[in-house]
Ligand binder design. Structure first.
Ligand code: GTQ
Length: 345
């Protein structure tokens, strides 16, 4: 590839004249913005140990009352982007949120889409558009764009969950903002409950629902069972993996980020092809070795890692007796809509 002229090659006076007119020569930066063959990611392979972050999160509970935090979150920041940017990847934000017994995180709604993956504790709930969604370990709860949500906790032990948002993308788009609200009245109906069974959806008087986000809660007990059924019924399947979808349309459950659950059978090793999306793995149960060309992570229960796009990944279940379960997030739905999604073998 032809080497291009550098900025230093240009006379100082010329550079100053350009800058005075808000002009920039392209050629010194052309290879940086259009690198050959594949992108140059800022996202670095990064792993966050739950064992290491848990005491710090609990300490935040003692240091900062909920009223002074609104959302008591430690952000899982990727050093490749700069910690202050609070991004795990170019589009994905990850945070570990702590709610103590009796606390409430007040109602608001915002343009970024969020999901919560419950990590530990019992008795907390998120109210989404008036519908109360109980939180249990491994459950996925959606709070899509523009939807009111607040968190409460009637249990006795601290509750922790992983927040996944498309905040970095919306912030970059200058489209991120919040609206404060008053406490929601909990509806007498929890419509999401009617979507808990695969293959059937409500059709009152022959009419299908038109809600954009009919299913707000995906209980782990059901997803785990579905993974085990898939593994047992299709022993030859390449990967025991289920996508979280909108049960009305079959499409990804959110428009920008995509979510799935993967089961690694006892002793299983799975090679994932390089794909154009960065990916987040969060260990729900068991332990997994994550191997990249020049990195290796051991994911223990509740650990989370982020890996840049265009990277081959090998996942190995650390146990020869028990399955391992991983929650996966990426921005494949967005990349597919934009026509830039790639899988390279
Ligand atoms: O729980 O609504 O981690 O608004 C970041 C922003 C959580 C939330 C985050 C939020 C929330």
């Amino acid at each position: 590839m032809q080497e291009l002229g550098r900025l230093e090659d240009l006379p100082e006076a010329y550079r100053a004249a350009l800058a005075a007119q808000n002009l920039v020569p392209l050629w010194p930066s052309l290879r940086a913005v259009l690198p050959p063959g594949k992108p140059t990611p800022r996202t670095r392979p990064t792993c966050w140990s739950y064992q290491a972050l848990r005491p710090l999160l609990l300490q935040a509970g003692a240091l900062t009352p909920i009223e002074r935090a609104e959302r008591r979150v430690l952000v899982l920041a990727n050093p490749g982007h700069g910690l202050e940017k609070m991004q795990a990847s170019s589009t994905i934000y990850l945070g570990m949120q702590l709610l103590l017994p009796g606390e409430r995180a007040p109602a608001h709604r915002h343009t970024p889409n969020a999901v919560r993956m419950i990590v530990e504790g019992e008795g907390a709930y998120t109210t989404v558009d008036g519908e109360k969604c109980p939180m249990q370990r491994g459950d996925l709860i959606l709070t899509p764009t523009g939807v009111w949500h607040e968190h409460g906790h009637d249990g006795a032990q601290p509750v922790v969950w992983l927040d996944v948002l498309d905040l970095p993308l919306l912030y970059y788009m200058e489209a991120s903002y919040v609206t404060e609200g008053r406490a929601q009245t909990v509806a007498s109906e929890a419509a999401w409950q009617a979507y808990q069974h695969g293959g059937v959806v409500p059709a009152p008087m022959f009419e299908r629902s038109v809600q954009a986000y009919p299913m707000l809660r995906y209980p782990w007990a059901d997803v785990r069972k579905a993974l085990e059924t898939l593994a047992a019924s299709r022993p030859q399947i390449e990967a025991v993996q289920l996508a979280y979808v909108n049960p009305e349309t079959g499409a990804d459950c959110q428009k920008i980020l995509g979510y799935s659950a993967l089961m690694l059978r006892a002793g299983e090793q799975l090679k994932l092809p390089a794909r154009s999306t960065a990916v987040v793995f969060h260990q729900i149960e068991g332990g997994v070795e994550v191997s990249l060309e020049d990195h290796q992570f051991s994911l223990l229960e509740a650990d989370t890692c982020c890996i840049p796009g265009y990277t081959q990944i090998t996942l190995s279940n650390c146990s020869n007796d028990l399955p391992a379960f991983i929650f996966i997030a990426d921005d494949a739905p967005l990349q597919k809509k934009l026509g830039i999604y790639e899988v390279r073998s």
